[in-house]
Design a protein around this ligand. Structure first.
Ligand code: PLP
Length: 286
């Protein structure tokens, strides 16, 4: 298997990132996961923009143009023979021998690498009859609107869900009114109450690409979508739940902490179809 590292396609097995890379020592970096099918990289511009904007926010130099990245990614996907898979992109603040928290000198080159790998193994029953989810406290920092590689709390949350037989965690924080939903360990959530769809507003959680596509398509198709804080108390009255991400796409949820939901319900089915259609459109564009 090959990888792309700092400008060249390399053999994944023998190329090493220096141990003093700030991605390893400080988690000082960003990542993206893109869906790949039949040579097509879905929503490439959206993912690249999110990464570039965050790189600018954190002052990490962005080393290549969109076209360069796209060309090399396509090359890598072809070389690795990936038909149905994932493109992983990581950007770190580069190698810093001193291991000092402050930023290294301005001319320190960032580390940029890409992996093209087969799609992770997901039980298709999750899409057919719904995923099982467990709630877990959101123990993260205040920078969750950026896709940083500081993922330890997400790892804890998802691992907790897996260990209890679930697919994903439903992370929550608390305010004076009680527990409210933030997002999944690697997904965003939607709740359906009657014909209204509610999804947590972007308030220290990741503005998922899939989330924004689903909101746009639902609205375009006459479904009312409200972005606001949603409390655990309210989940009692919710009819349907679904989670979304690049890899999970639109996935119905059938159980949260032992409570059952209709999966997939009518609105979830609609969201699944609309997103499928959008992916086909995106594929047709390039
Ligand atoms: N929230 C978190 C914390 C994530 O890590 C991810 C994706 O990995 C998402 C949401 C979904 O984002 P996207 O739809 O851009 O894949």
């Amino acid at each position: 298997m090959k990888a792309f590292l700092n400008g060249a396609i390399v053999e994944k097995a023998d190329k090493m990132i220096p141990l003093e890379d700030r991605g390893l020592t400080f988690g000082d970096g960003l990542f993206e996961v893109l869906r790949v099918k039949d040579g097509h990289i879905f929503f490439f511009e959206d993912h690249l923009s999110r990464m570039r904007n965050s790189a600018e926010f954190f002052g990490i130099p962005f080393p290549y143009s969109r076209d360069e990245i796209k060309d090399r990614a396509r090359e890598l996907i072809a070389l690795n023979g990936i038909n149905d898979g994932e493109l992983y992109i990581e950007l770190t603040r580069g190698v810093d021998q001193n291991r000092e928290h402050k930023y290294p000198p301005k001319d320190t080159p960032p580390t940029f690498f890409m992996l093209a790998i087969p799609l992770r193994d997901i039980d298709p029953m999750n899409w057919k009859s719904g995923a099982i989810v467990f709630s877990f406290p959101d123990l993260r920092h205040g920078l969750c609107e950026h896709k940083t590689i500081n993922l330890l709390p997400n790892v804890l949350a998802k691992n907790y869900a897996y260990q209890h037989g679930g697919y994903e965690a439903l992370m929550y924080r608390e305010d004076l009114k009680g527990k409210y939903v933030t997002e999944g360990g690697s997904s965003n959530y939607f709740f359906v109450s009657g014909n209204i769809v509610i999804t947590p507003e972007i308030d220290n959680l990741l503005p998922g690409i899939t989330r924004s596509k689903v909101i746009e398509r639902l609205k375009k198709n006459g479904v009312q979508v409200i972005e606001r804080r949603i409390y655990h108390e309210e989940l009692k009255k919710v009819d349907e739940v679904f989670l979304v991400s690049t890899v999970s796409m639109v996935m119905p949820v059938r159980m949260i902490d032992g409570k059952n939901f209709k999966a997939p319900g009518q609105v979830t089915k609609k969201a699944m179809l609309l997103y499928q259609k959008l992916m086909e459109e995106d594929k047709g564009q390039h």
